[in-house]
Design a protein around this ligand. Structure first.
Ligand SMILES: C[C@@]1(CC(=O)O)C2=NC(=C\c3[nH]c(c(CCC(=O)O)c3CC(=O)O)Cc3[nH]c(c(CC(=O)O)c3CCC(=O)O)/C=C3\N/C(=C\2)[C@@H](CCC(=O)O)[C@]3(C)CC(=O)O)/[C@H]1CCC(=O)O
Ligand SMILES: NC(=O)c1ccc[n+]([C@@H]2O[C@H](COP(=O)([O-])OP(=O)(O)OC[C@H]3O[C@@H](n4cnc5c(N)ncnc54)[C@H](O)[C@@H]3O)[C@@H](O)[C@H]2O)c1
Length: 192
């Protein structure tokens, strides 16, 4: 059974540290920035691949330090993601983050992680996160593709209409819930 508890984090309200500047770090960066281009992010890497450095030019608010990781880099961070080729550094980061109550993810190293990144389907304001409990990221990617095809693009319009409808509804909470449920009973069936 998958016991992971999914949460949706506001990346503009917390401070995230990404350690590493290779291909995998670039993937993690894209995962963060695609969700919120205003993510508060610091990148620390001994070296950075040119395509990553180039991309960062578009995000002047993101701090980039091209140097080895230093202990004080974790100061005031709530989330740390490591994408390095350095086993000792991963272990050091695991220890430091535990000590300072910071949530930690080491790319492709499930045993070291407090949380995993998910495979994400986005249709406007609708977001679906997929986890395979770490068993197969490749299957997570395939499920993402499947849902992406299955969910109609118009679903975002529906969300906006529902939001308006909810505003208009008068009555107590129970009445609203009843109305909203009646209204949406067949909604996905209609859209397909
Ligand atoms: C969802 C996604 C998010 C993201 O990373 O952005 C993600 N991996 C993605 C892709 C992907 N990663 C890998 C492949 C190669 C094929 C394969 O191995 O299957 C592919 C597929 C591809 O690229 O096509 C390599 C890999 N990854 C992990 C291991 C270690 C292991 O499994 O033990 C290895 C082997 C490394 C080695 O060989 O040494 C581990 C993790 N990868 C996770 C997330 C977490 C579990 C998520 C879950 O529960 O499903 C977890 C546990 C930790 C973490 O990294 O957070 C992203 C989806 C892309 C998308 O949505 O398009
Ligand atoms: N590239 C892949 O497709 C792939 C697939 C599966 C697993 N992995 C694993 O993921 C990890 C990262 O892969 P990659 O291809 O991005 O590696 P990479 O070698 O391109 O990048 C590693 C990065 O870590 C940085 N780094 C190392 N020590 C550091 C330190 N002390 N302080 C700050 N930065 C430091 C390096 O400067 C570099 O930017 C590796 O462990 C690799 O084995 C990679």
């Amino acid at each position: 059974m998958n016991k992971l508890f999914p949460i949706f984090v506001k990346l503009d309200q917390i401070e995230t540290l990404l350690v590493g500047g290779g291909k995998v770090a670039l993937e993690k960066f894209q995962a963060l920035i695609t969700n919120d281009e205003r993510s508060n992010l610091t990148v620390v890497a001994r070296e950075i691949v040119p395509e990553f450095e180039q991309l960062l030019v578009n995000y002047p608010h993101i701090r980039l330090h091209i140097r080895p990781f230093e202990t004080q880099d974790i100061e005031n961070k709530q989330l740390v993601i490591a994408a390095t080729n350095n086993v000792e550094l991963n272990d050091e980061l695991r220890e430091l983050t535990s000590l300072h109550n910071i949530l930690f993810n080491a790319a492709d190293k499930p045993d070291l992680c407090d949380f995993y990144l998910g495979s994400i389907v986005t249709k406007g304001d609708l977001k679906v996160a997929i986890s395979t409990n770490g068993k197969s990221p490749t299957i997570a990617k395939r499920v993402k593709e499947l849902l992406n095809d299955l969910l109609p693009d118009e679903i975002d319009e529906t969300l906006s209409l529902m939001s308006e409808y909810r505003e208009q509804l008068k009555g107590d909470f129970e009445f609203k819930v009843k109305k909203l449920n009646e209204h949406t009973k067949n909604i996905l069936r209609h859209e397909r």
